[in-house]
Ligand binder design. Structure first.
Ligand SMILES: CCCCCCCCCCCCCCC(=O)SCCNC(=O)CCNC(=O)[C@H](O)C(C)(C)COP(=O)(O)OP(=O)(O)OC[C@H]1O[C@@H](n2cnc3c(N)ncnc32)[C@H](O)[C@@H]1OP(=O)(O)O
Ligand SMILES: CCCCCCCC/C=C\CCCCCCCC(=O)OC[C@@H](O)COP(=O)(O)O
Length: 254
């Protein structure tokens, strides 16, 4: 029962907070702009106190370079929204599945925040939507946050990556910055109906340059990102990986 209460209240908070955030955003900025993301961030960062979630971030300063880039991160559940807003830098929009747009005030607040909605069932439309972002990223000095697994994944591993984020980064010739969240499985496990308090480690990895890369380099770029994120995921989640090492490399942000 506690699991359903906590998940239910999370959804209710999303609906209520996004309705309030919509009013604040329209009053402050009048309409759809990435500047609304800083308002959304303030609302969502309150969520962690309701659920006793603590974040331990490493390397967050790597996201503070005021230049366009593509940020990619692993995606485990709707709780990822808290982790996203915990380290979201300025001028950063997200790519989201179109279904979220139809979730009442949640969809409206995402629209106001500049979120780009894609239809995963129509690859060509999704690709052109992302291509458009690639065209404006540099002149608008935008960052874009993409979940390359393309869906939530509660397995204790990373799914294979979709290619869209890497096409976008190479098209815009901007760096890819991987962000890795440790596994939620110690405190959040839908099958076992577990949702308690817990700590999430977040590590921002070094930017990976794409200057000079072309579409032929995308498979290798994808593979490099996937393997470094997978190794970090195992290390942050204290899951012994193939060579059995674990434990964070940098000091936590003070
Ligand atoms: C106060 C309360 C507030 C509450 C709200 C607060 C706001 C929070 C916002 C949070 C947002 C979180 C949203 C989370 C999500 O919705 S995640 C799900 C959606 N995201 C994604 O799916 C992104 C990852 N997907 C991709 O990038 C895909 O590549 C996609 C573009 C969607 C295409 O999908 P698909 O066809 O399945 O994938 P592939 O990558 O395998 O591509 C297939 C072939 O097409 C080629 N390809 C891909 N992209 C391109 C391109 N841009 N140009 C040319 N060709 C492209 C690719 O090479 C593949 O061909 P081959 O197989 O290589 O031959
Ligand atoms: C008054 C009208 C109310 C309408 C009903 C609104 C109910 C919705 C309430 C809460 C939804 C919480 C979503 C918050 C945003 C979190 C985004 C997210 O992380 O979801 C991504 C996920 O989906 C990925 O797609 P898959 O389904 O895994 O592939």
């Amino acid at each position: 029962a506690n699991f359903y209460f906590r998940i239910g209240s999370y959804c209710v908070l999303c609906v209520v907070f996004s309705a309030v955030a919509c009013v604040v955003c329209v009053l402050c900025h009048g309409g759809r702009t990435v500047r609304n993301m800083s308002i959304i961030k303030r609302f969502v960062r309150i969520f962690k106190y309701f659920y006793g979630i603590q974040f331990e971030t490493y390397g967050e300063e790597k996201l503070h370079d005021d230049k366009p880039c593509v940020i990619i991160s692993n995606h485990q559940s709707i709780l990822d929204m808290m982790g996203l807003m915990e380290v979201l830098p300025r001028n950063c929009i997200q790519i989201a599945k179109r279904e979220l747009f139809y979730m009442g005030p949640v969809g409206l607040i995402m629209y106001l925040g500049g979120v780009i909605f894609i239809n995963r069932k129509r690859t060509s439309a999704a690709m052109s939507a992302m291509e458009e972002v690639g065209n404006t990223l540099v002149q608008e000095n935008l960052k874009v946050w993409i979940y390359p697994e393309g869906t939530r994944n509660e397995s204790y591993d990373l799914l294979p990556f979709k290619k869209g984020a890497f096409y976008l980064a190479v098209q815009a010739q901007v760096p890819v910055i991987p962000v890795v969240y440790s596994s939620f499985s110690s405190f959040y496990h839908p099958e076992k109906k577990i949702f308690t308090s817990g700590k999430i480690k977040v590590e921002v990895l070094d930017p990976i340059k794409t200057e000079g890369l072309t579409v032929t380099d995308i498979p290798k770029l994808l593979e490099t990102c996937h393997s470094v994120m997978r190794e970090t995921f195992f290390r942050l989640s204290n899951k012994p990986n193939e060579n059995g090492t674990n434990g964070p490399t940098s000091q936590p942000m003070q």
